[in-house]
Ligand binder design. Structure first.
Ligand code: FMN
Length: 168
């Protein structure tokens, strides 16, 4: 069984775009599904799971999903975020996702920026809780771009190879 699932949660389409690039990069049997349709995971030897960073953390539905992943399932996590690449605010969310999926075998993670509408930025920037990342997020307005998607595809191929030939 070497079937791969790419599943994602996406409110405004950024994470979905990255999911589609990952899906396109993988060879062999595969499915692409929104998170609410992802279960059961029994038929998949590898699951890519994507989500947006939200309020310094993960959307609640993503938290719940990560907790249901069966022990030892090979997974890879990817996220989109408004903050600068590698910034603490985006790293912490993906690190938290790894902790939630602790029973699974996490083969790798990938993070890329995702744009917000000016209206959303203006509205969220009013609240002190969101100010730090919204200051950074204005410059995310061209992302995910072609380079981001090409890098997501490289990530996908490397994880796929690791899942087939890597150690168990
Ligand atoms: C309500 C809300 C909260 C957000 N919180 C954060 C955050 O804490 N840190 C961050 O880097 N980006 C944050 N973002 C930006 C999103 O992570 C980013 O735009 C992402 O690409 C959206 O993905 P989607 O289009 O798949 O929903 C937030 C966006 C929204 C709408």
């Amino acid at each position: 069984m070497h079937k791969t699932l790419v599943t994602y949660f996406s409110r405004t389409g950024n994470t979905k775009k990255v999911a589609e690039a990952i899906f396109a990069a993988i060879d062999g049997e595969k499915d692409l599904k929104p998170m609410e349709e992802a279960h059961p995971l029994d038929g998949y030897s590898l699951v890519f799971i994507g989500f947006p960073v939200q309020s310094h953390s993960l959307p609640y539905k993503v938290e719940q999903f990560l907790k249901t992943i069966p022990a030892k399932k090979k997974i890879a996590l990817f996220c989109t975020h408004g903050a600068l690449p590698g910034h603490r605010l985006s790293r912490e969310a993906i690190e938290y996702a790894v902790v939630l999926a602790a029973k699974a075998k996490v083969l790798g993670t990938f993070a890329v920026r995702g744009r917000l509408s000016m209206q959303a930025l203006d509205a969220l920037g009013q609240s002190p809780e969101h100010q730090e990342w919204t200051d950074m997020a204005a410059s995310a307005n061209t992302h995910p771009n072609e380079t981001d998607l090409a890098e997501a595809m490289v990530f996908a191929r490397q994880i796929k190879t690791l899942s087939v030939h890597g150690s168990d």
